[in-house]
Write a protein that binds this ligand. Structure first.
Ligand code: ATP
Length: 372
């Protein structure tokens, strides 16, 4: 049974502003789902509606099979009756309380008995590796330690569902990385359902079992992160995932047997779909991930190096083919001289064909360079 289900959820602010539009979403028990998208796309509003902190304009929400909100049936359970924990960006700890008290306070309010509280606080501090700080005050802790206390406080009552809104955004890059690993570990140990708001695609990629990518209040794609990266539903999804982002090449296609010949501005390629489908003559966009641009002297397309950014493990390149720029990633510890001419081509079957007018993905396939 799914833990959280949204059915045709819409949230309007005022008359014209639609923050979330007819959203259907099913989050299964034990999943780690990220709500991802650019600023203002409706992520926070969605999370707040699940929590009961925002009232939808239309639709229904179920948690663990129970109807917690229905506009039509006049149901609206208050946040404390939904059995969910929240963790927000500003996780204010109470400064005048010790770590122990910060965590135990909520349990006392829930009328847990004293020995049970003590056992639980000790247990959760152990899990969050903050046991040695239990008697300190928040001001005596680093940002990362404070964040761990905030997570411990949220997890203490054993919520089956944990809702988090950009909980790592106030931390520096190194701490953020450590906390990501911590969150992933916590997800495994608690087996709770995590719903996580972020605008950071790499965070969503690395943490989630599924990503819900939104744009202007509408879900664009909801699937495991590697599928979102490899088989984006449309140009928006393809562009949002990955850094450096996918190369997009406008082209005119002419069907050729099971393949289609794509006339791009400075070269022509034959695209063969991985599975046979009917392709008509028309306008297309070819999507090429930078890591599938193969830099090799034997290849026929020439590019001028306009930037070379070696990171040690790989080098990110910008290559100019006349007035078109390509991003490429060359693996290994190599640097390329500025303005040098290098050759590149394509291999494998992860190239993506999009319909130029609808922007939707048509299929994945392989490429053969026809002429340059
Ligand atoms: P961000 O990443 O910037 O936090 P978001 O994807 O979480 O963005 P929301 O905060 O859900 O976006 O906002 C969605 C839309 O609803 C935005 O256009 C926002 O301006 C609008 N909105 C949110 N809260 C309110 C409010 N209380 N009153 C009016 N409009 C609001």
């Amino acid at each position: 049974m799914p833990t959280i289900r949204l059915e045709k959820i819409t949230k309007k602010f005022g008359k014209d502003s639609i923050a979330v539009n007819q959203m259907d979403l099913e989050i299964k028990d034990g999943e780690f789902v990220s709500l991802l998208g650019p600023s203002g796309c409706g992520k926070t509003t969605t999370l707040r509606m699940i929590a009961g902190l925002e009232t939808p304009t239309e639709g229904e929400i179920y948690i663990d099979g129970e109807l917690v909100f229905s506009e039509e049936k006049g149901v609206n359970l208050s946040p404390d009756k939904r059995n969910v924990g929240f963790l927000f960006q500003n996780y204010a700890l109470w400064p005048h309380m010790t770590v122990y008290k910060n965590i135990s306070f909520g349990l006392e309010n829930m009328k847990w008995d004293k020995s049970k509280i003590d056992a639980r606080v000790n247990e959760i501090c152990e899990t969050m590796r903050i046991k040695e700080y239990m008697n300190r005050y928040p001001a005596e802790l680093s940002g990362g330690q404070q964040q761990r206390v905030a997570i411990a406080r949220t997890l203490a009552p054993n919520p089956r569902i944990l809702l988090m809104d950009e909980p790592l955004s106030n931390l520096d890059a190194k701490l953020r990385n450590d906390m990501r690993a911590e969150l992933k570990r916590l997800h495994m140990t608690t087996k709770a359902t995590f719903v996580y708001v972020t605008h950071d695609q790499s965070e969503a990629m690395t943490l989630s079992s599924k990503v819900c990518l939104m744009k202007e209040g509408v879900v664009q794609q909801y699937c495991p992160p590697l599928q979102l990266y490899g088989e984006p539903a449309n140009l928006f999804c393809a562009d949002f995932m990955g850094n450096p982002s996918m190369n997009f090449i406008q082209c005119h296609g002419k069907a050729y047997g099971d393949s289609i010949d794509l006339n791009c501005k400075h070269f022509a390629v034959r695209f063969t779909p991985n599975h046979p489908i009917d392709l008509n003559d028309g306008e297309y966009v070819l999507g090429i991930r930078p890591e599938f641009v193969v830099v090799d002297e034997k290849c026929s397309i020439e590019g001028r190096v306009i930037s070379s950014l070696p990171s040690g493990m790989e080098t990110t390149l910008s290559l100019a083919v006349n007035d078109v720029t390509f991003s490429a990633v060359a693996f290994g510890s190599i640097d390329f001289a500025m303005d040098s001419i290098i050759h590149f081509g394509f291999s494998g079957d992860r190239y993506v064909l999009f319909d130029a007018s609808s922007t939707k993905m048509i299929t994945l396939g392989s490429l053969e360079v026809l002429n340059v």
